[in-house]
Design a protein around this ligand. Structure first.
Ligand code: ARG
Ligand code: ZN
Length: 847
């Protein structure tokens, strides 16, 4: 036990892990649904496995009865607090019955059992089950379930197989966080899948009446995911039914409850008229992600929440592989790296940095982060590179065989790869325990026929961690001749020490293509001449690095424009034009290559270069670069857009999506020149939401004053489309107007802060979508955010805490902005009744 420091220190430590003295092997639940008085009767089969009292978790429960082996428990046989029920001197094996009452209608935290548009649903990860009944609410307690739902409702679902209307039996032992219950007036689209061992699985996507026409893509994605997991990982589904439910009020993306996945409706419902290409891609990815959890998460789960990356990093890696197979390796990889840099590198560079496997937390919901998910996935990718594709397959096979039915740790996972491949992974494990993005410094020397690359890794200090040890960094690289032909094909060099070097005997200095495919989540510190980057952009055999060379050229120019007022030079603009007009290249790739680094990406990079980022200047410089590109391409823009049109009916396939992405990029450039004329025409003829949103954004950028109103007239009854409407108006407002626009929209009749999608659209539309607006030098953006976080925190701490991360870059900025942000963080912290979620975040940001 730790020192008895103040009552409010609720920190939980990995080092304190201990198994429960009494475990539960079977759960029998009866749930009588009622909006304000739901009765939950539970009968737990309990078995002692060590000395100590049985401490069950419970929150916001009204306890009506406790019985042990059928006998009412006397008051001296148990004790009760706000969050626990302790059974004193429990016997070696017994049945524990409790009856509690809960009020799903008033649950606006969306954790536990709650109501959304009249339908009952649950979210139990991480610790929501304790809001349903008393239980050992931790992932290392795995039990089978029998669930009886009583209500006069047409659809009543839980995990496993239905044995009678409203009665469900889940034969697979699972932790509480995978429990789910859904009931209401729902409609399903049905399909089926035959497993590779010949069993038929019924597939259903359940939605609100009226939404059944938008389920086809989710079902199709589900079937493709099931086939892919059989083919690539040998994993077969294990129940006779797989249900997906779409819910409008949901804190996160989706949840992998056993046999009953519950999704944010944003990641299920799609039609060409209402969903964009990005929505379709997200649906495909998230359906796959949740389905893949059935093996990586459910059949093998986490011993404790510190091991969250065991299921999330691995499952993200698997969904990325799936999307690469479905959509093409290069564009998927580029998109995943952009996302990693935007969210995880930012997190890793600031006050919220934490290891992929943290060692302590106050509120686990604050650790569903880009580090645990996306960096966690990068670690799996590096492991695969280090042990090779065959070693990876062997390690995975051993993991599934050895640990099926268990609650595991990262040590268990790594031990499978050590056993299967013979490789010592001791040093690799540092990737899980050391936070911070390593910087790899690269310097080249060419002398008398010897080409030498010097390498050095530096891992920055992060909160609570200094003086880190070198980690094994797989560097994929190749060498090109100055004319662009490849002289050394892709090799992997493992940088394991702080410094290292590579030498080659060559006649001439080659062009280095390093970190191919983004083989490690590191920042390269490598000054490469423009001419060499142009060679890579034109000729590298590695498409990721072709894109990366273009990105480096653009970033250099934008940064020099910010710091030195540098011009946008003709060679760069020519290269951009070549890319734009290269009809042999994939349109999706061209769209990615023409996109400039985001404002926040530039702020990050400037900060890393010891320049205080000025959000207004960054905004202006990006616009100027776009204008320069537009002028350079002026004569081609219209024809280019024409030649990338996707006539006929909308198809979400990647090939068409790539053309639409390129066409949207070109329309943005056209808008810089014509003030919105082309965008207006595009808006009027759009027959799908992708083209419509692209044109809508351009018109907002151009200051069009009527389009927001007409968009609203067309779509006011569609909640998912209206989320886009809220977000786009804030994100595309002129920086000085953005806070005002956001504030005005909070008074719109359709703004509902209790709906996380709507709240996030508006708030993140400002903080993420309009950085110069959020960082308005008058401080109103900061005050606006803090006020809304405090407002939401009273009902939904999870979402409020998550959106507070917009403040995590506060120390990057000038003294005035820092003082204003700090004052808002302190205002939040000084508010009484703050949630544990938000207070933990603010305390970490202020440290
Ligand atoms: N396990 C879910 C997923 O990644 C995320 C659910 C997290 N929810 C939460 N409230 N922390 O697929
Ligand atoms: Zn997940």
């Amino acid at each position: 036990m730790r020192d008895a420091t103040p009552e409010q220190d609720q920190t939980i430590y990995l080092a304190d892990y201990a198994p429960v003295p009494v475990t539960v092997t079977h759960v029998d639940l009866q749930v009588r649904l009622d909006p304000l008085a739901t009765r939950v009767s539970s009968r737990l089969t309990c078995i002692r496995q060590g000395p100590g009292d049985m401490v069950l978790n419970g929150e916001l429960l009204k306890l009506r009865a406790v019985r042990l082996d059928g006998e009412e428990l006397s008051p001296d046989a148990y004790s009760l607090t706000d969050t626990t029920l302790t059974i004193l001197n429990a016997p070696d094996s017994f049945l524990l019955e409790t009856e509690v009452e809960i009020a799903p209608q008033t649950n606006k935290a969306l954790s536990g059992l709650y109501m959304s548009n009249g339908m009952y649903c649950t979210q139990c990860e991480a610790e929501g089950f304790r809001r349903i009944t008393y239980m050992l609410d931790r992932p290392d307690v795995m039990a089978t379930y029998d669930v009886q739902i009583d209500a006069d409702l047409p659809v009543m679902l839980s995990n496993g197989d239905e044995t009678a209307h409203g009665h469900w039996r889940d034969p697979w032992p699972k932790p509480t966080y995978l429990f789910a219950l859904v009931a209401g007036d729902l409609i399903a689209t049905h399909d089926s899948f035959t497993t590779m061992d010949g069993r038929d699985v019924a597939l259903n996507v359940w939605v609100r009446p009226g939404d059944e026409g938008r389920t086809a893509y989710a079902l199709d994605s589900l079937k493709r995911s099931m086939a892919w997991d059989e083919k690539v990982y040998g994993r077969v589904y294990d129940l006779s039914v797989f249900n997906i439910v779409a819910v409008d009020d949901f804190n996160m993306g989706a949840m992998e409850n056993k046999g009953l996945n519950i999704f944010n409706s944003k990641y299920v419902l799609a039609s060409p008229e209402t969903a964009t290409d990005a929505d379709f891609a997200n649906i495909e990815r998230i359906v796959a992600h949740e389905y893949f959890h059935n093996w990586t998460g459910n059949r093998i789960t986490c011993r404790d929440w510190f091991q969250l990356c065991l299921k999330e990093g691995l499952t993200v890696f698997r969904d990325q592989q799936f999307s690469q197979d479905a959509r093409g390796f290069a564009t998927q990889r580029i998109g995943d790296v952009l996302n990693l840099r935007a969210r995880q590198f930012r997190e890793d560079a600031g006050p919220l940095a934490h290891p992929v496997r943290p060692e302590s937390f106050v509120e686990i919901n604050n650790f569903y982060t880009a580090t645990i998910y996306e960096k966690g996935a990068e670690l799996i990718g590096m492991l695969r590179t280090l042990v090779g594709a065959e070693g990876y397959a062997a390690g995975c096979a051993l993991y599934f065989e050895r640990h099926d039915g268990q609650a595991c740790t990262i040590e268990d996972w790594l031990a499978c790869f050590e056993a299967a491949t013979g490789r010592d992974l001791t040093q690799f494990k540092l990737w899980y325990t050391q936070a911070g993005t390593p910087v790899v410094k690269v310097t080249e020397h060419f002398n008398d026929g010897t080409y030498r690359i010097d390498l050095e890794q530096v891992i920055p200090d992060t909160p609570g961690q200094a003086n880190k040890k070198p980690m094994p960094i797989p560097l994929a690289f190749g060498l090109l001749a100055q004319d662009g032909s490849e002289v050394v094909g892709t090799q992997i060099h493992e940088l394991t020490s702080e410094t290292d070097h590579l030498s080659f005997d060559l006649d001439a200095k080659p062009v280095l293509s390093i970190l191919r495919g983004f083989s490690a989540p590191v920042i390269l510190d490598f000054v490469q001449p423009d001419a060499e980057r142009l060679t890579l952009l034109a000729h590298d055999t590695d498409p990721f690095n072709r894109w990366e060379a273009g990105r480096a050229l653009a970033k250099d120019r934008l940064m020099r424009a910010v710091t030195d007022d540098a011009d946008f030079d003709a060679p760069w603009l020519d290269a951009m034009t070549t890319l734009a007009t290269d009809t042999d290249a994939d349109p999706a790739f061209r769209a990615l290559a023409l996109a400039l680094p985001s404002e926040d990406d530039l702020a990050q990079s400037l900060h890393n270069a010891d320049v205080v980022p000025d959000p207004d200047r960054i905004y202006a410089v990006r616009r100027a670069a776009q204008l320069a590109m537009a002028e350079h391409l002026r004569d081609d823009l219209s024809d280019l857009r024409e030649s990338n049109a996707t006539p006929g009916s909308y198809d979400p396939k990647a090939e068409d999506a790539g053309k639409r992405a390129l066409s949207a990029t070109l329309l943005r450039l056209q808008t810089m020149l014509d003030g919105g004329k082309a965008a207006r025409a595009a808006y009027d003829v759009a027959n799908n939401m992708t083209d419509r949103m692209a044109a809508f954004a351009c018109l907002l950028d151009a200051g069009d004053e009527t389009v927001a109103h007409s968009f609203e007239q067309d779509w006011q009854d569609d909640r998912l489309v209206m989320d886009k409407w809220f977000m786009a108006q804030v994100a595309h407002a002129a920086p000085r107007d953005a806070v005002g626009v956001a504030d005005r929209l909070t008074r719109h009749r359709d703004f509902d802060a209790s709906n996380p999608n709507r709240f996030r659209s508006l708030i993140a539309g400002l903080t993420g979508g309009n950085p110069a607006g959020f960082h308005n030098p008058d401080g109103t953006g900061y005050e606006f955010l803090a006020s809304w976080l405090l407002h939401l925190d009273k009902s939904n701490p999870q979402t409020s805490a998550r959106l507070s991360t917009a403040f995590d870059g506060w120390t990057r900025y000038d003294a005035d902005r820092q003082a204003m942000m700090k004052a808002q963080l302190e205002r939040i912290l000084g508010t009484t009744g703050l949630s544990r979620d938000l207070s933990e975040m603010v305390i970490r940001m202020l440290k």
